[in-house]
Design a protein around this ligand. Sequence first.
Ligand code: NAD
Ligand code: TDX
Length: 334
Amino acid sequence: MRVLVTGGAGFIGSNFVHLTLAGRPDAEVTVLDALTYAGTRHSLEGALDRIAFVEGDVADAPLVDRLVREADVVVHFAAESHNDNSLADPSPFLRTNLVGTYTLIEACRRHDVRYHHISTDEVYGDLELDDPTRFTEDTPYNPSSPYSATKAGSDLLVRAWVRSFGLRATISNCSNNYGPRQHVEKFIPRQITNVVDGVRPKLYGDGLNVRDWIHVDDHNSAVWAIVDRGRIGETYLIGADGEVSNRDVVRLVLELMGRDPDDVDHVTDRPGHDRRYAIDSGLLRAELGWAPRYRSFRDGLRATIDWYVANEAWWRPMKEETERKYAITQAVIA
Ligand code: NAD
Ligand code: TDX
């Protein structure tokens, strides 16, 4: 099977490539990645001699047409992925997330290539902390940020292409991922690398916002289950029952790294900050027989901390610039 992986030099995409090479000897992998600030060839170390790597933009129609024509399936991870960046400058989010997706699905339509669209639970907006419900495939779209609005728009493009043109597509909306090779702008790697640097972890606002954490390998095993056995036109929610408040995540990071769990800074809150996400992944589990392998967030987080401590050469070049950008908008409030 010839698999075109967009965004394969980013966090989830690179882990998808490593998982695929380890478990799918039949897969011939091509990665298309623009190597933005969020992508690096270093994330594909150990894989580069077994894949074809193309540096390029998912909105480049002639390039995309050529690569899609040579593929059996496209798995589309490439995106501008960070909410805080989308608040500072939404424009690359519109181009990559909307025009990029449009470019890919048009090529898949032309060449009748199977397409899988990677999306997020953020398209559903947020839940109150005490709301007993969770997101399901039927929850109405209600995105809050420029990032989530462009992801929602890209999902709707895919749905329209399925209905209007018979595109052979599936969509997955996953909760927050953690694991190796995640950019240090994101919550968990930012705090781990702060602690390594002797800096206090930074909690936005009151720190009580809740995210539903899943290990990146569990996300990616679900993606393969959907590519292999998912129903065309269907949306599947991916989650591992991992709801934890940001404050509790930071306390656990500090404890696992041998520091005082109360040693945190509260900083300026994110404008429009979603309160809580929670996924009901019942359809995926019942229909495709998928289950997560990481049962303990504590163990997965410990392994992730070990990875960052052992791989400082991977993240150090990104750290200073990331913190410089955060310092422009974030001040300690408590
Ligand atoms: P990331 O920011 O780590 O990686 C994105 C990759 O896409 C980078 O390698 C970047 O160079 C590449 N890219 C960006 N613009 C491009 C363009 N125009 N053309 C080609 N390549 C381009 O993101 P991630 O966290 O790995 O997220 C991957 C996907 O998963 C995204 O679609 C995101 O919306 C989705 N998702 C992420 C999470 C999460 O917790 N991180 C959860 C659910 C869904
Ligand atoms: O320093 C921080 N302090 C903090 O309290 C940072 C960077 C974040 N936060 C909070 C904001 C969120 O409540 O932690 C939570 C997680 O933040 P992010 O890592 O920025 O993730 P989030 O905004 O939840 O979005 C993530 O999950 C869904 C990914 O970045 C998206 O790509 C994905 O779609």
